[in-house]
Design a protein around this ligand. Sequence first.
Ligand code: PLP
Length: 380
Amino acid sequence: MSVYLDHNATTPLDPEVLLEMMPFLTDAFGNPSSVHSFGREARRAIDVARARAAALIGAQPDEILFTGSGTEADNLAILGSADLSAAKRCVVTTSVEHHAVLNPCRRLERSGGRVTFLSVNRDGVIGVDAARESIGNDTAAASIMLANNVTGVVQPVTALSKKARATGTLLHSDAVQAVGKMPVDVRTLGVDLLSFSAHKINGPKGVGALFVRRGVALSPVFSGGRQERGLRPGTENVAAIAGFGRACELAALRLDENVERISPLRSLFEVELLERIPGVTINGAFAPRVCGTTSVSFDHVDGDALVIRLDLLGVAASSGAACNTLDREPSHVLLAMGRSEEEARSSVRFSFGRGNTAEEIVRVVGLIARTVAEMRGGAM
Ligand code: PLP
C-alpha cells in the first residue's frame, strides 16, 4: 500500500469539506453578486466561509479576502502594497521564500523597485537585527514567511512588527505552510497582511485567502468587477470558498490533536533515519520548525533519483517544492542555508499528515535505508 509523505505539496480533501462543497457544485449554483434567492444563497455561503477563515487566524471577517490561490494572495500582498511612483519603493523579504513571493519581488525590481533579500543562517533563520535594520521609512512592505515549505523552519516574524509599524511598513507573512500546523494569530504576530491556502489544510485546490488588516489600503493587481472589494475581481468560486471555510473550521478544531499526532511521527522518522543510515543531515533541525516537515540530505545520493525509486516502492516524497520539480535546480532554500549544490541536490523533503501512522514511518525508513544503500553501491 502506498504511503503519502508529501503533505506540503498538497493534502487530501477532507470528506466533510467535500460535503460542504457539494450543494454549490450542483443545485445551489447562483452567482453571489445576483440579488435573487439563488445569488443570496451563494453569498451566504461565502459569508460563512469568511467568518470561519477569520476565526482560524484571529481576524475579523471583513479582514479576509478570498483569492484564487496562496500564490495570488502573496502577489496581491506584495504588488498591491508597493508604490513605485512614490517614496515607498522598497520591499524587504528573505532569500528562502516560496517563488510566490520571490517572483513578484523580482518583478518589482525589474520595474524600478528596490528589494532586499535577507540572508539566513545555517539553520534557515533570518537575523532579527539585520532584518530590523533593513526596514526603513522607504520600505513599503516586509514579506517574511512564517513556516518554510522545504524545511518547516519558522521565522521570527513578530520580532519585526514594531519596526514595521514605526516606519509605516506593511508586514506581510506567507503562512501557507504554517496555518493548521501551529497557532497562527494575526494580532499576536503583529502582521498587516497574511496569506494562506486551502489545499494545504485538507481543503480544495485553487482557493486562498489574504488577511488585510482593517485600515490597510492595497492597490488591485487585476481589474474587473467589485468582488472581494475590487481586490480580487471575478465571479467567486463559491464551492471552493465554502470548502475552504469548512477546512479552516476543522483546522482550528483539530490543531492540537494534529500537532500531537504528527510531531511524534516526524521525531520517530528522524531518529530512525539517523540511527539506521550514515551520512544523513536534517536541514534546519536546530531551528524552531512546524510539526510535519523534514528536509533530509543523504550524502552521495541524488535526491531526484531517490524520490523516483521511493515512488516505485509506493512512497510519495519530494525533492523540492512541488511547483519547482520541473526546473531541476537545487533548492534555493538549501543553498541559502549554506549547503553546497551537491548537498542541496542530495536532499528529499518528507511531509507528514494526520493520516500517517507510526507503522508506516518505520516501514518507510526501512525502504529508504535499503534504497540509499543500493544507490551508494552497497557501501553501508
Ligand atoms: N507559499 C508557500 C510557502 C507554499 O508552500 C505554497 C505552495 O506550495 C504557496 C505559497 C503557494 O500556494 P498555492 O499552491 O495555493 O498557490
